[in-house]
Design a protein around this ligand. Sequence first.
Ligand code: 5GP
Ligand code: ZN
Length: 150
Amino acid sequence: MSKHPVDENCIFCKIVAGTIPSACVYEDEEVYAFLDVNPISRGHVLVVPRGHYRTLLNLPAGTGEALVSAMRVVAGALMEHCGCGGFNCISNNFSPAGQLVFHSHWHVVPRFDGDGLSAWPGGKYKDDTEMRQLAESIKERAAPARRRNL
Ligand code: 5GP
Ligand code: ZN
């Protein structure tokens, strides 16, 4: 039996278990990485924990570290073998952010000079005060999370 939590209705759990085929590019005890079936660019990889955790907020701390290590390995391999000059690591969390599969995951997207993929537009704050007040309010709420070692 798997030591990782599983949701039997989850497509990524099925991919991790091998009941749905995937093009695996990396795996270790905690992490499984495979090509996205609808790539943003050639070599677009999904890096997922073996365990079923719905979003980044549900991940055990050690699993987060394992995911970052795996992303570094995968991104290095992409730069070496896909000829990309850079990469984006993106994690969509909850529906408003575009999360479709509720098994936490990271997209590693190879980027090529002049590939025409643009990032989202940058906005502006009204002034410095608005920005500082917002930062203070987030900081207050972030402190308990740090204590819980999220
Ligand atoms: P999200 O929007 O949840 O961040 O991204 C989910 C990603 O999973 C999408 O980019 C989609 O193309 C990919 N995906 C969904 N189903 C499958 C599948 O069965 N196999 C593979 N390789 N990728 C999938
Ligand atoms: Zn799952």
